[in-house]
Design a protein around this ligand. Structure first.
Ligand code: OGA
Ligand code: NI
Length: 356
């Protein structure tokens, strides 16, 4: 490490990944993972969700597949989701266009305030992180669109239109998937729909992972789970790894999520773990890097309204199944984020668990 090079040298706007440094500074080097890489990507299910609209038997079958995936991994890919490939390609294109803008343009959105409805940043906690991650991101609220879109970038000129279209389509899909999830829990398909539809939050994390000169030593994002009910993710390249708790005879291992053109990835977030009283597990995931290509991902996080608390439904509670989680809101998660260190493995869901 060069003299004086630590996290404070790479503050947002001046990070190694924004400057395309030809080496990985020490403060980006992560300790090797304790868990092995489980090479068997076949465990990641791909679900054809067009059958949700089909006859009863088809819908029942999809819901059974989805329920198994939620119990085993907290993760699945979906195909035939009804979003046109052009809409996906356009959203990835304007995201890339944004990150390719001159630094001055992007810095207009720079902020450390996790409560801000739009912010550009590079790290989890600027200047405070022990380890830094090779990621640049723009996060913005997306629902209801008319309330937030005027805050979004005006450059590239088509950003608002194309990202807006993608957000709207993904949001409709999120309601459909949540309907299938609540149905699979025996709560009926409309259990969450009005709370998610009218006041629900949609946060779009537009992520950019520039090529990394030494991709084995650093990470794009550390292992974490999302606070959301579900996250729907689109990527241009493979790089996402999920933790499979059942790999290696139950000791767990990392799985590369295979890239399937046109597929979207669905992560179960902490709030569906709560909703299911622990039957479904939020998926722990991380982002690995590559040396050649810029990786772009669009993660759309869907949750209840800012102050609307997710709690365990009374329908799922009985003598054998006591309430296992405390209630919490998106705002509670943001408060947690300010006080805790995600990069050190702190997880929101752990603060919600009620000990036996
Ligand atoms: C996230 C996330 C994964 C990715 O933004 O929470 O996990 O592939 N992103 O970028
Ligand atoms: Ni995530």
């Amino acid at each position: 490490m060069e003299k004086g090079e630590d996290s404070s040298t790479f503050k947002m706007g001046n990070s190694a990944q924004e400057r395309s440094l030809p080496y990985v500074p020490d403060c980006y080097v992560v300790p090797p993972s304790c868990e092995p890489c489980d090479s068997n990507s076949d465990v990641v299910p791909t679900i054809d969700v067009s059958r949700l609209k089909g006859v009863d038997d088809d819908r029942r079958e999809v819901i059974r597949e989805l329920s198994l995936a939620c119990q085993r991994l907290g993760f699945f890919q979906i195909v035939n989701h009804g979003i046109n490939q052009n809409i996906l390609d356009d959203a990835l294109e304007v995201a890339k266009g944004f990150f390719e803008l001159p630094a001055k343009e992007k810095k207009k959105f720079m902020s450390n305030d996790v409560y801000a409805p739009i912010r550009y940043s590079t790290s989890l906690k600027d200047g405070l992180d022990k380890i830094q991650y090779w990621r640049i991101f723009l996060k913005h609220y997306a629902h209801p669109l008319h309330r937030w879109i005027h805050l979004w970038p005006e450059n590239p000129p088509e950003y608002r239109e194309k990202m807006g279209k993608f957000c709207e389509e993904v949001r409709k899909l999120s309601i459909e998937i949540m309907g299938a999830i609540t149905e699979s829990l025996g709560l009926g398909r409309n259990y969450m729909s009005s709370r998610m539809d009218e006041n629900g939050m949609q946060v779009m994390a537009v992520n950019c992972y520039p090529p990394c000169p030494d991709p084995e030593t650093a990470l794009g994002l550390p292992p974490h789970s999302d606070y959301s009910c579900i996250t729907i993710l689109l990527q241009n390249l493979a790089g996402l790894k999920i933790f499979n708790p059942m790999a290696h005879g139950g000791s767990g291992g990392w799985v590369v999520v295979p890239q399937v053109t046109g597929a979207l990835k669905v992560h179960i977030g902490d709030h569906v773990e709560v909703l299911s009283n622990g039957l479904y597990k939020s998926v722990v995931h991380k982002v690995t890097l590559n040396e050649e290509n810029m990786r772009i991902s669009l993660a759309s996080l869907h949750s209840l309204g800012m102050d609307d608390k997710m709690s365990v439904p009374c329908e799922l509670v009985n003598h054998e199944n006591p309430v296992r989680y405390r209630e919490s809101s998106f705002n509670d998660f943001l408060d947690f984020l300010v006080k805790n260190d995600i990069s050190q493995g702190d997880r929101f869901i752990d603060t919600l668990r009620i000990k036996d």
